[in-house]
Design a protein around this ligand. Structure first.
Ligand code: IVH
Length: 698
């Protein structure tokens, strides 16, 4: 389908959806709608360049879904709907790969590469070899089998011969096509290989979520991807947004003898192109072809320098002999093909020794053990202390004082202990004890049932108060950077600062007499504090340090309210209306905003001039906060997209279908089935376009 075909069809379906969804789809055209959805998925997940809004995509998707629900016999295994929905897997059966999954030979420096090139030349009899170079993706390897153009199964590497059949989870990865027209290339059955990754940004979000829930973060995106592939709840796999890169064909069964029609790939680059054209995310855009090893060496060095700018982790480059005929001539050992080699980037892992453990009290009273290690450089920084999260983590990793430990720091990721090197133990290592009282205020520690974290429950514990202030002023919160950790601690110890509102009533006369506080730095500090008063509401919500409320949740909440005081009026159920807010977060928010001390503090901050209004509210005088909307029929004044935008600008949320979650159905001309459905749900308010416009103006 061409872009303009898809656009026309998309428009047609969206209109049909409005007018009479019941008769729009039938057995004869449903596959066209599926193709349209596949096209949009490819644009979004492989090319990163969507043609339609998420909302429009969802609408089309729901149209297909409801048709299939009423015609279950017409559902196809490669329908886009087959990627979603709940799906609990019991166990992953074992499967044998069609061809054993070999590994790669490794190289670490220029000499290794020159040596390998020499061997390739010798064995092939060529004077100069053409190489195709691509990234070495740092994830979990998979193999996929397609038969008659349909994805049959997906498996983990396992021991290379037998892996786990993880097909239901593979289907949740949207850059992996459920069907691909291999038959166009004369292929009936094919096995392809690739790597499943979690992008750095999704990994950071995922770890943030874990930490908000009190679960230790994962060491690197590779572990996150590998772990996710083995989750038994496929719906959770969808939420983690894995990506699949496919870089190798290991087996093909032709529909007729190969090589006779001249259609098949004759080089590795051709093969990447074939995969790309069939909708796979092959390294088509990253790969480069060179004649001779010298240029290859320059290229891999250049790529290594740009490594941190990539959205996903790579741990090296793979250099492959481009010609498939030459590859066949070179063959393979039992371990790796002779026609390929991995060039490994400088390690972001290092070995060190665990010297001591210190305990820090955080702003929520959580006592976190921090490992002091012999300083080691990793990926350009020297690491000397690493959070080891909680007591269970120490036990699970079996960490002991004096242990040799493997440390990893991937890109912008916080360093972690990967494991203790138990094989290096001498017998002199000592178990790590855990304190029973707060290292700061000496009150007994408490561990709630079912949690892994010991806490100091004294909310006046100085360590907690200081940490709360430090969090409040931090970069992602109110961003009063010139105040910083050191100054907060100093002012606190001197009695100049004892709580959050105190930041805005600092005694400048006293401060300007302190050493190191000249006129200029005092002016800067005062200015930064003053400027923070205007920070958007979501920063203030995040800055309050409410348990389980990270930046993302703070943003969702701020979008749904007009004023911070709205939060004191919402019940736990009301709070759960916000996207991403589950029972645990709602309980925590509710407790915070119903605690008289906190309410008092917010009033004080308001009096001191801090912004407490949602941005949308401030700009638009908005009042749709927390309400859900859906439009149906033809609007007379506004375009549909403009009306939807207004809802979002005014803090409302759009829904895709009629359900009890819907607050307002805005009805235009010729409204159809949605109106009928909404009439059956008494809680939905059915309003006209005029009513809607009045709501916004009021
Ligand atoms: S080629 C027979 N290409 O690295 C072909 N492997 O350390 C062998 N890997 O087992 C694989 N990126 O899981 C190839 N562009 C790439 C790769 C790649 C990552 C993985 C693969 C392999 C491992 C070896």
């Amino acid at each position: 389908m061409s872009v303009s075909d898809v656009q026309t069809k998309t428009r047609y379906w969206l209109e049909a959806l409005e007018k009479n969804p019941a008769s729009a789809l039938h057995e004869g055209n449903v596959e066209e709608l599926r193709d349209c959805l596949r096209f949009h998925e490819h644009r979004y997940y492989v090319l990163n360049d969507p043609l339609v809004s998420d909302y429009e995509y969802d609408q089309l998707f729901k149209l297909l879904e409801s048709f299939e629900q009423s015609h279950p016999s017409l559902v196809t295994p490669d329908s886009p709907t087959q990627r979603v929905g709940p799906g609990l897997v019991k166990d992953f059966p074992k499967v044998e790969h069609l061809v054993p999954m070999l590994s790669l030979e490794n190289s670490y420096n220029v000499d290794d590469l020159l040596d390998w090139d020499r061997r390739v030349k010798e064995l092939s009899g060529l004077e100069e070899v053409e190489y195709c170079v691509e990234p070495k993706f740092d994830g979990a390897s998979i193999s996929l089998v397609y038969e008659s153009d349909k994805l049959q199964r997906g498996a983990t590497r396992g021991d290379g011969v037998i892996g786990d059949d993880i097909t239901p989870n593979i289907k949740r990865i949207r850059s992996i096509p459920l069907s691909a027209a291999f038959s166009r290339y004369g292929i009936r059955q094919i096995e392809v290989r690739g790597e499943v990754l979690m992008s750095k940004s999704n990994f950071a979000k995922y770890n943030e979520k874990l930490q908000e829930e009190g679960i230790p973060p994962l060491a690197n995106p590779r572990n996150a991807a590998a772990g996710t592939l083995r989750i038994k709840d496929s719906a959770e796999v969808s939420r983690r947004n894995l990506e699949g890169f496919i870089y190798h064909v290991s087996y093909t069964l032709p529909t007729h003898p190969v090589g006779q029609d001249g259609k098949g790939p004759v080089s590795h680059a051709d093969m990447l192109k074939m995969l790309w054209d069939l909708g796979f995310r092959s390294p088509q855009q990253e790969r480069k072809i060179f004649n001779g090893i010298r240029q290859v060496i320059d290229f891999v060095h250049q790529f290594e320098e740009g490594r941190d700018d990539l959205p996903y982790e790579i741990d090296g480059m793979v250099i492959k002999v481009n010609s498939i005929a030459v590859q066949e001539k070179l063959g393979m050992t039992s371990h790796h093909p002779r026609w390929a080699i991995a060039y490994k980037f400088k390690a972001r892992q290092a070995e060190s020794k665990l010297l001591a453990v210190e305990y820090q009290v955080g702003r929520t009273g959580a006592v976190t053990p921090v490992a002091k290690i012999e300083p080691v450089p990793i990926g350009g920084v020297t690491v000397s202390s690493i959070s080891i999260h909680n007591e269970d983590y120490i036990r699970e990793k079996d960490l002991r004082l004096g242990d040799h430990v493997l440390i990893e720091r991937s890109g912008d990721v916080i360093p972690q202990i990967v494991r203790s090197l138990t094989e290096k133990r001498t017998g002199h290592e000592r178990m790590i004890g855990f304190p029973t009282e707060c290292p700061e205020c000496r009150q007994p520690l408490f561990k709630p049932e079912g949690e892994a974290v010991w806490r100091c429950t004294n909310i006046n514990c100085h360590a907690q108060v200081v940490e709360r202030i430090i969090h409040f002023v931090s970069k992602d919160a109110m961003d009063i950077r010139s105040l910083g950790d050191a100054n907060v601690r100093k002012f606190f110890d001197m009695g100049l600062l004892s709580d959050i509102p105190g930041i805005y009533t600092l005694d400048w006369e006293k401060i300007s007499k302190l050493e190191g506080f000249g006129k200029k730095s005092v002016d800067n500090l005062r200015e930064a504090i003053e400027a923070s008063k205007a920070q958007p509401l979501h920063r203030l919500i995040y800055a309050l340090g409410i348990r389980y409320v990270g930046e993302t949740t703070a943003k969702t909440i701020a979008r749904g309210i007009r004023h911070i005081h709205d939060l004191s009026e919402l019940s736990e159920e009301g709070l759960m209306q916000f996207e991403d807010v589950g029972a645990k977060v709602a309980t925590s928010l509710h407790a915070f905003f119903h605690n008289p001390d906190n309410v008092q503090m917010l009033h004080e901050l308001e009096k001191l001039g801090l912004n407490m209004q949602s941005q949308q509210a401030a700009v638009h005088g908005a009042n749709l906060g927390g309400q859900t909307f859906l439009f149906t029929g033809t609007l007379s004044k506004l375009k549909r997209s403009a009306a939807e935008e207004l809802v979002e600008q005014h803090g409302g949320t759009l829904l895709g279908s009629v359900s009890s979650k819907l607050n307002y159905l805005v009805v235009g001309e010729d409204a159809g089935s949605k109106l009928e459905k909404a009439r059956k749900i008494p809680s939905i308010k059915i309003i006209t376009e005029e009513d809607f416009l009045k709501m916004i103006e009021s």
